[in-house]
Every structure is written in structure tokens, then in C-alpha cells.
Design a binder for this molecule. Sequence first.
Ligand code: M6R
Length: 369
Amino acid sequence: EKSGYDTFMEKEIHEQPKAVHDTLLGRTDAEGRLTLDEVHIDVEELRAVTKIVIVACGTASYAGMVAKYAIERWARIPVEIELAHEFRYRDPVVGEHTLVVSISQSGETMDTLMAVRHAKALGAKTISICNTHGSTIPRESDAVLYTHAGPEIAVASTKAFLAQITSSYILGLYLASLQGGISEQAAHGVMAELQEIPLQIETLLRSMDRVKEIAYFMADSRAVLFLGRHVGYPIAMEGALKLKELAYIHAEGFAAGELKHGPIALIEPGLPVFVIVPSPDSEHGLHSKVVSNIQEIRARGARTLVIAEEGDEDVVPFADEVIRVPRTSPLLAPLLTVVPLQVFALHLSTAKGLDVDQPRNLAKSVTVE
Ligand code: M6R
């Protein structure tokens, strides 16, 4: 059942090209318009949406953070992302023109389910992005966009995360097309780039030998930091979460711009820091800002493990290791940049002799509040 892999997690990491491919499949109708699965919300009501709130927990919440960048960019609708357990208990401002999007692999996470119920009680429309057909959250939502990652067995989420991000892009483009935020041509352009991602992940997965070696060298690390900016910020958080849950290492993800507001004090000689570098094509000079961050932390002795696009030579002088990812649009990069971080956590856990698929104290679905 592990198809020759040692662990379910490793198998699921290798199923990611298929997870993205299958999630993209059949998303356009005969006229080339985007479609969702079950939508029991009137199109006019979706056109009238003025605010989106995404609720999710753990890895799914990082997919939600990526979704915020994409949906706001394309659909020009304000998006808030909130941990489901926080949303539920703070008297959120939600009304009939609010669309509450839940993201959940299992569809059974109690915190997320309670947030969805709360949103419905407040009169919001609810859409579920979910990987499990017929589970509770999609059954209780007004509309569903299924991710097609297939069953995910390992406690640590990998392929479901990529499928959630992929679905978020589809939802963003769909809402943008309804509300006129994006031209048809631009939307097709994004879809065409998304279609290339599965092959790019395959290529990336074939070049992970060095990442595995680094993980083995680093098996004794006490702490690891992750820095990212823009859509790389949620990926830094995800890289840190994977390391916590799989290798029991104290790990933290930061927004790179926040470094100088405090976290830079943590930098000391030998501290490993992963940096997810935005594409050189990113707007607002983000690329060079992050390159400066690498320079700053290296000057203070950090061991810099840099994830950068193919051909980005600016990072080389300040990187102890450069991990290359294929080129794509800046907004779509998370589908690629997270992969080496998953592989790293997997091998570090293995190097420490830990149970990759069943980390201590954790359950695959958290069905209690
Ligand atoms: O089933 P869900 O997507 O609702 O689960 C949410 C989180 O519990 C889950 O993503 C958790 O953070 C994973 N163990 C992360 O690898």
C-alpha cells in the first residue's frame, strides 16, 4: 500500500504532481468558463460578496494565507484569514454579503466545523474546500470545491496542502471572473501556468538528494528558523510546522520583513535559517529585499539554506546552500517552494529514527475542540 516507499508521507509527497493535476481536472465547462463542484449559492449572491473570511487550522490555514494573496489580487475582494478556533469565539463581523471559505483535508476538524456553523448562524454563505467526499464540513456548507489529492494517511499534511492551494487559485479565478476583477485572457494564462506545475514538481522531486543530505547533517539541530515574504511567508510557517511535528525541533516561521523588529536577535553563529526567496519577477523589489535579509543574517553567522528560483544568481554569494525550484509566476510559487521543506522534514525525522507517519501526541483528524 506504500507502493515501495518507506512511509506514507514519502509516498504522498511523490503523489503531489497527481494531486495538483487531478484538482485542476475538469474545471472548465464547454465554453471554457471555470466551474466549481456543488454550488448551492445563487450566482447573483456570489457577485454581491463584499468580504471573504477563510477559516482553517494548521497546514490548511497556511493554504488559506496563500489564498488571501491570490483572491485579493485577482478578484479584488478583501480577504481575512483566521484560525477557525479563534474566529468562533470573538464575535466576528460577518453578514449576508460575507463568504466564509473553510479549508479542511478531513472535513471533520471540529474547530473548523464549529466556525462554519457559527458563520452560517450569522447569515454568511459558506464554501468548503475539502479533500474528503461526504464528510461533515462539506455536507454542512452551501457550496463545495473538492480537492482531489486522494486519501492522505500520514499525519503530516503534504499533498492535501498542494491541492488546497490549487483549489484556492481556482476559487480566486472563479470569483474574479464573476466580479470582473480579471480578464478572461489573464485567467486563462494563470490556468495554463497551473497546468505546468505537476511536471515542475516532478522535476523538483528528482533533485532532492542534497536536501536529504542536509537533513542528515542537521539531525542534531536544536532550532531552525524559516523566513519568507509575500506568499513565501505562509510557506515559511508551513516549513516550521512540518519540522515541529515530524522532527520535534523548535522551529519558527517569520515574515522576512519582521526580522528587524525582533527576531534578528535570535540569530547566532551556526543557526540554520531557511529563506524562501521571492521570484526575481516579483513586484515592489521584494526579491532584493529578501536577498538583503540573507546578507544580514549571514553576517551574524547564520547558516543560510536558500530556496531560490532557477537562474537566480543574486542569492549565491550569501547562501551556504542553494536549493533550486523551477520558474513560475510569483503567486503560484508556493506549489513548488514548499516541496523541499517537506522533503527536509521527512528526512530529518527519519535521521532521528522517529515515526514519520505517526508523530507523537498527534492525530490525523482533530475531532475535538
Ligand atoms: O483535516 P484538516 O485539514 O482540517 O486538518 C487541519 C490540521 O489539523 C492539519 O493540517 C494539521 O496541522 C496537520 N497535521 C499538519 O501537517
